[in-house]
Ligand binder design. Sequence first.
Ligand code: URA
Length: 421
Amino acid sequence: FDTVDVIRAKRDGGELSDEQIAWMVSSYTGGRVAEEQMSALLMAIFLQGMTDREIERWTDAMIDSGERMSLAFDKPTTDKHSTGGVGDKITLPLAPLVAACGAIVPQLSGRGLGHTGGTLDKLESIPGWQASISSAAYRAQLEDVGAVICAAGDNLAPADKKLYALRDVTGTVDSIPLIASSIMSKKIAEGADALTLDVKVGSGAFMTDLPSARRLAETMVRLGSAHGVHTAALLTDMDSPLGRSAGNALEVTESVDVLAGGGPADVVELTLTLARQMLIAVGIDTDPADVLSGGKAMDTWKAMIRAQGGDPDARLPVARHTREILAPADGVLTRLDAYAVGIAAWRLGAGRARKEDPVSATAGVTWACGVGESVRAGTPLLRLHGDDETKFDRALEALEGAYEVGSAPSTRHGRSRVIDT
Ligand code: URA
């Protein structure tokens, strides 16, 4: 094929053939299609979209760029993926909980980029914990503990690693065909029997409106099902952040609270809802609420952290400095904007601007109550945490106008996190 012909065809709104797609993806991954040519094709896809058949073939080509793992265990394997949000620490309590209910949970996770957090960054705030493990250790841990949260190996959809980095610098991240193929190529290659997708919608998510989130969810469910993975999606609210904290060590602390039987109600509720779906998908009818309250999920968490070199009982690092924002009036917290909180946490050092940047374990934002709850004038409403005080002013700027205290909740979705399934 001629690369320029393929770019022109998509630029002009045409449909690419199966062979053209397979050839472009494998040639780009192998270094035979130039970065500027793939950039042009990605922009053409961004602007013209893709048909269902094109998305399927593009996903196949990304899976075929690496290894499709097989997870043969005597228990079913079930995985979860969130499209990303602010304060979304659900994977941390969820993976050990579902494993404690009798399933195997292979959770290959990522790092944060921009205002959304990453599961691996959060866990790395635990002293000693290692994100990268060998494939032998991965299998052994799944067998012994039932859950692994770790970084994906280099051979899992390597096309996605190159394409994602290129999309990040060419303004082509937020395209439904490209997001769906990126997420699903990795999840299908990972080899789990079932996949539960938590598609976030709202100010702090990739998809800010419900119709786009629904289209993304439907596209991903179709891709999973076409590859024999039992796939279901939930659409959940990301207009306000989850729980009471955004930041790496802060979110680990909150997750451990949930595993200990406490924690914020919205985090507990979403963890249990996703756990039920992950278990239903593989035919296990244990009630995760009983397993959580019985303490077995906490035992599995500790075993999971220890197996990857971490000390689950170690004190987590705490920020050297904090600054409070006081509630301006008596009333009810009617709005707390997820995007603004994510940007504030990021500016404090919890997230990175480029993939190579380090993150701070201690930086972040906590808030005293969720949307719909009462506040008293003059009491702390939000608290900034960080080791570098010079970053506080820019974080405070991000939070200007990000919250409201009134007489009744006014967010679109209120406290109900699950919008649709
Ligand atoms: N997460 C991914 O893995 N890929 C995307 O394109 C977006 C979110």
